[in-house]
Design a protein around this ligand. Structure first.
Ligand SMILES: [Zn+2]
Ligand SMILES: [Zn+2]
Length: 429
């Protein structure tokens, strides 16, 4: 217990998401880990590992249970297995999905390392990794990781639908592991396993399946490029696959955070003519204009649906995107589209929450309600990198805050309060 205490106090600093309390620590550890049948075999493989010449352990931010602060813990250096790479994390974005897990709104295995929007440097390849992957992503390569980490060979991956990868959902989202059913994260002191939300990116190193990674050119910075792996990735999937935006389309985006503002930029890149930003914060709406919004609506002061119809000459937009995950904005999204238009839902919400829709309007006016989650890593991530490299997508303007690893908890608190205007990114370097 003395070890835990010194560790927590050393790492706690000022943020209240990082705990100074040690009272229930060992209880959470026991309670959360006892049910994991795979821990014994994994334990053994993780113990004696030492990265050749490098450190044998690392730090990671651990979520223990809902509404309790993250703590920074020491881990054994994670080991990549076949088809996986060990990445020295350089930056990790602060995303609402992590926050949903941390608030208990999205159930996830715990304890776990959160963070799923990373850039980093390739440190090692797992054994038996395809030589093509080693050539594509050699040791020392700068990389960006997509939060949906496709296995590459399930039913959906074999059809190129990486965004529906069965292994990702069955193992990572359902169990907090990689695709052999085991985590790569083990606490340094006890050897106990800790689960991974995607790659568990809020740590000094992370293990990522090869198909989730793309090489980052030297011209793109680590910090700003981290958002390519979730915020921009999600926006691209919504615009390219779900909405299939065409030049000249009228688009409305409801909720202008990191993902929503990325949707505006992608819509602009795809040639949308009217781009309408809807939010309740003037500061976010002001920023929306930088990202391509041609019109802004503060839904606190105006009826968003009526205003969207007014802007589009009574028609409604070709595509409306809901990036908040609230029942009220879900309904607004379906009401904002023209006849035959597409209402694209990308905001996650409380597990089990329901959205309403006017059935007759949907049927008669052929409204399409489309769910969209992330994008297709192997196909789309290289394209996003090109959009960023050419300046068509402005990464720098989207990242509104940079913070240190120890300040990550505070960044999540501020995200919860709505006080992060664009995207916060944790710099791990
Ligand atoms: Zn995310
Ligand atoms: Zn798959």
């Amino acid at each position: 217990m003395a070890f835990y205490r010194s560790l927590l106090i050393r790492n706690s600093r000022s943020s209240s998401w990082f705990s100074k309390s040690t009272t229930s620590f060992s209880y959470y550890l026991r309670r959360s880990l006892c049910h994991d049948a795979s821990s014994t075999s994994s334990d053994v493989s993780a113990k004696s590992y030492h990265l050749s010449g490098g450190p044998s352990y690392m730090r990671g931010a651990v979520f223990w249970e809902p509404n309790k602060p993250l703590t920074i813990e020491d881990f054994h250096m994670p080991r990549p297995k076949a088809g996986e790479l060990l990445i020295k994390t350089k930056a990790c974005g602060v995303c609402h999905s992590d926050l949903h897990v941390m608030k208990g709104e999205l159930p996830f295995s715990s304890p776990c390392v959160v963070g799923h929007e990373i850039t980093g440097e390739v440190v090692e390849h797992g054994p038996l990794t395809d030589p093509k992957t080693i050539k594509r992503l050699p040791v020392g390569a700068h990389v960006v990781g997509a939060f949906i980490m496709p296995c590459g060979n399930c039913f959906f991956c074999s059809k190129g639908q990486d965004d529906l990868c069965e292994s990702f959902f069955a193992y990572n989202r359902a169990k907090g592991t990689l695709y052999d059913g085991e985590t790569r994260l083990f606490l340094r002191n006890s050897g106990k396993p800790v689960y991974m939300y995607s790659m568990g990116g809020l740590a000094e190193y992370c293990v990522v399946p090869e198909h989730a990674l793309s090489a980052l050119p030297d011209s793109l910075p680590y910090t700003e490029s981290a958002i390519l792996g979730c915020a921009v990735f999600t926006a691209y999937g919504a615009m390219a696959h779900a909405a299939q935006v065409r030049p000249g389309d009228a688009i409305a985006v409801i909720g202008i955070g990191g993902v929503g503002s990325s949707c505006l930029q992608i819509a602009r890149a795809f040639g949308a003519s009217e781009i309408i930003a809807v939010d309740v914060q003037d500061e976010k709406l002001q920023n929306a204009k930088i990202f391509g919004a041609t019109h802004t609506i503060n839904a606190r002061h105006e009826d968003a649906v009526a205003k969207i119809r007014e802007i589009t000459g009574g028609m409604g937009v070709d595509v409306a995107v809901e990036a908040l995950g609230k029942p009220q904005t879900f309904l607004q999204c379906t009401q904002s589209v023209r006849d035959g238009g597409k209402a694209v839902m990308i905001g996650l919400t409380l597990s089990g929450a329901k959205g309403e829709v006017d059935i007759n309007h949907l049927v008669r006016r052929q409204i399409k309600v489309i769910g969209s989650y992330g994008a297709r890593a192997r196909h789309d991530l290289p394209k996003l990198i090109k959009l960023a490299e050419s300046g068509i997508f402005n990464l720098t303007a989207t990242v509104s805050r940079k913070c240190k690893f120890e300040e990550a908890g505070k960044a999540y608190q501020d995200l919860d309060k709505g006080s992060i205007v664009g995207r916060a990114v944790v710099e791990m370097m």
